[in-house]
Design a protein around this ligand. Structure first.
Ligand code: ADP
Ligand code: MG
Length: 430
């Protein structure tokens, strides 16, 4: 019996530990095959568990088939859960057939769980998932234990207890390893992205005004040419050239704002004032996109930071929000205070993002805007927010919109507020 239990534990863990090998530690590859893998590897495991069942006597036997079944039901949702249950029940019928009633009841319970709980389960934190998955197994284990204890004559208490603990333990190991491997895959991608970030920083340092200056000169001459030349075709070409130059300029600006040490001093910033200025800067772009800016700004909120960086950060966020609403919409900005932190919410009803997009946001060069995007804006945002001891939280739903919530430690006194003259250090739209 002991060997069989160990074999069952091994069988349910095997697909999980094989995952990093199969996906070569690549989270994108994992996300691509995730559904198929959970479903088919789960079915195979269930089937193997049924073959290597743990016999207590001729009438009672157990296996761990319900671990992959619950795993698939919770992670993949009701449709997959129903198919999974139908297939495993069919196989069970073919194999032996006893314990069918109990299996049917438990499978029904798994389907119900997948309907009511799968969404919440997937949105929970790793720890919550580990806890929930293990507890569900413990609870169903207790029911199975009681059911057998009451309905069968022979009370093999020791074997039952052993099975009960072994199953709970196996369930815990499965979910724990699966979460551990998932977070490792994510970490692996972060490391690669940090390496990319390093290269970006090094590059940024080497791109300086020497590159920007000739660009400005060329732009000026092109403008002159366009005024002198009356040929429509040349005008059009010059116009395209200027647009392309502006794009090159924008990329350099994004680089520089990311890597160059800021000359701006850290001061106490009046959030209300800063946002009025940011909104002024962004209004022309909003108008171009038919976007209405609706700002609810609480008065007398102060935060410590560099004025230019602060403005740059929110300009980048707001610019993305406006660009996400190419058919027009409303951009809501609100500032409030909650437990000694200033909460700044920027909400748009634009195109939104998928889960995968959301996971990649802020990665250098990650952009869905093709040649129009630089993929550096959000990276700059994350850097600025972190440097101000801030936190950022992004909620987005495809087709519905995006809400970006940033929070910073509240600065109580107004005494340190210093006016920084508006001028050279103005943020730029990028
Ligand atoms: P860029 O704007 O140059 O593409 P960013 O770093 O600013 O680069 O943004 C990265 C990507 O994140 C965008 O290409 C877009 O897909 C996504 N994104 C950012 N903000 C939003 C938003 N408010 N709504 C929808 N998608 C967004
Ligand atoms: Mg952007």
């Amino acid at each position: 019996m002991m060997e069989r239990i160990l074999l069952n534990v091994f069988l349910v863990i095997l697909p999980i530990i094989l995952l990093p090998v199969i996906t070569s530690n690549n989270i994108d590859r994992y996300l691509k095959i995730r559904t198929k893998y959970i479903f088919f590897a789960g079915l195979l495991t269930s089937f193997a568990c049924m073959i290597f069942t743990i016999k207590i006597n001729n009438a009672i036997s157990f296996d761990f088939q319900f671990i992959p079944q619950l795993y698939a039901s919770l992670f993949l949702g009701p449709v997959f859960s129903i198919f999974f249950v139908l297939i495993t029940m069919g196989l069970k019928l073919l194999l032996e057939g006893h314990g069918l009633l109990f299996a049917a009841v438990l499978s029904g319970f798994h389907i119900v769980l997948s309907i009511v709980y799968s969404k919440k389960f997937n949105n929970s934190t790793s720890d919550q998932r580990i806890f929930a998955f293990t507890v569900i197994h413990i609870v169903t284990g207790v029911f199975a234990f009681l059911y057998l204890y009451i309905t069968t004559d022979v009370h093999h208490s020791f074997e039952l207890v052993l099975w009960f603990f072994a199953q709970a333990f196996a369930a815990f190991i499965v979910i724990f390893f699966s979460e551990y491997i998932r977070s490792n895959l994510l970490l692996y991608r972060k490391i690669i992205s940090t390496e990319k970030l390093d290269i970006v920083s090094q590059l940024a340092a080497s791109i300086s005004h020497e590159v920007r200056n000739p660009l400005t000169t060329v732009r000026g001459f092109l403008q002159l040419l366009s005024k002198m030349d009356n040929n429509e075709k040349s005008k059009e070409y010059i116009h395209i050239s200027i647009d392309e130059l502006d794009r090159a300029e924008a990329i350099i600006r994004d680089y520089l704002s990311f890597a160059k040490p800021s000359e701006n001093k850290v001061t106490t910033l009046d959030i209300n004032k800063e946002f009025k200025r940011i909104i002024d800067i962004m209004k022309p772009l909003a108008n171009q996109y038919n976007v209405l800016i609706d700002a609810t700004l609480q008065k007398d909120l102060f935060v410590i930071g560099e004025q230019q960086s602060f403005q740059q950060c929110f300009i980048n966020i707001i610019k993305n929000s406006i660009e996400a609403m190419d058919k027009g919409g409303t951009l809501s900005i609100s500032t409030t205070v909650k437990s000694d932190r200033i909460i700044i919410k920027i909400h748009d009803n634009g195109i939104g993002m998928t889960k995968q997009q959301l996971e990649r946001i802020g990665e250098p060069y990650y952009s869905t805007k093709g040649s129009k995007g630089t993929g550096l804006g959000m990276m700059v945002v994350f850097k600025i927010v972190a440097s101000m001891e801030g936190r950022i939280d992004i909620n987005s739903e495809l087709g519905k919109g995006t809400e970006i919530v940033t929070s910073f430690p509240l600065q109580k006194s107004k005494s340190a507020v210093r006016e920084v003259p508006i001028g050279e250090g103005d943020p730029e739209i990028c």
